[in-house]
Design a protein around this ligand. Sequence first.
Ligand code: FE2
Ligand code: FE2
Length: 490
Amino acid sequence: MVKMAEDKRVEVSSLLDQSILSEYEKIEIVLRLYRLLKGATLYERNNILIERLTLDCLQIITPILQREGQLFLKIVRDGIFFNNVRIPIKADRYAIFKNFIQEISQKGIGSIEILNEISAEHLREFIFLLAQADAHKEDNYLYLNQQLAQRGINEVKTDKIEFFKDEYLSMVAKNHKEFAKEVYFKSLNLVREVAEGIKNQKVINIRKAKHLMQSAVNSIMQDESALLALASIKNYDEYTFNHSVNVAIYAIALGQRIGIPKKDLGHLGIAGLFHDIGKLKIPLEILNKKEKLSAEDWGIIRAHPVIGTEIIIQMKEWGELSTRLISATFEHHLKYDLSGYPKLSRKKNLTLFGKIVALADFYDALVRPRVYRKFPYVSEKILGFMLERAGKDFSPALVKVFINMIGIYPLGTLVLLNTNEMGIVWQTQEDPDLIDRPKVCLLYYSGGEYRKGKEVDLREIDPETGHFKRWIVKTLDPNEYNINVAEFLI
Ligand SMILES: [Fe+2]
Ligand SMILES: [Fe+2]
């Protein structure tokens, strides 16, 4: 008996050993299949680009099929397996992998099996069938297999996605935007409550903070655009509270992209929420001062990371979380090369939490208007600045991932298109190559105000010219047109 079990183990492991996909192959399969799938949603079957994308796929798939006899792609939770080997997701390709998984699993498909060498014609046909399958239809796999059989395509089979209970619950959450809104405004209230609590020396409700940040993590993992859109909304009245929630959102979204495990992402969110907790002890007349700050004022403001750290140390209720909160609070103005504040007497390695919160903090602080700055800086300027300061103020790797996440035209940017239409950036593209072609919600003027028009995808090609239909000419200042971007986004 024991012998048999051992034999079996040997058999399984040698089987796995046989599947040696190179790093290049692992990544290229996903990239090329994703491009073809995307292409199939934009172009006709006989388009020359489709032909090229199909051949690109075959170039990578055929040698694997010749070598291994089959290609079995399976989606398990948020990961992809090829021939039972998990594909590591690298940060710079994160968006594409995530999008690929989402596109396929949304259609109810959990695995694709290619059993023999496949022709270009059959592969193309299969991808078009897959692209045309409706989202949220559980029995798509049956339909697909039937359509494939009817066309005599026997090399490919699909199977349904296996949901795990928690994933399923979040997938069926009806209105994702509503859920994100609830999380955002509840978090805002929580920060307000905590601020009050600290002033009045009351006990803080840690469980509520943990629960809310876990919900924020779920929302971001499902679709980050809803919370990122809320974070991009400018609100003059409650800068401090909004800023805290936004930093938490940017931090979680960035953390997710670099592969921080789910349970730690919740902690990262809490660290984001309370990074500026020390500011509660700084007089409001300094924080809200419209005139230039004096050297003395700056001295007081610069004390907030240390004051914050002291507040957290005194709060026993944080438990195991406390070290992480301390890192983010203490380090968020230190800068990557430690040239910031507080001044250190000894060299120190920054923590990942500290580095992430610093970046999220910097972006949100600049992109949002402050009492002494009437208009926010335009995002492209801030992102450019971040790039310039990478390696000095910020971790270069994190800056790269962050810019991919925000896009050069972040959510809520008012833009002018080549067609003379005006629109608001509605959804950024996951594919970094298409960073300048977001989805835009067009605006039209009627009854004395701008109204929401149709949604357009700037990737769309004009079939007559073969060129893009629309592109962004420049960004516009919403204040000049009396447009409240928030109204359109939420
Ligand atoms: Fe700060
Ligand atoms: Fe801050």
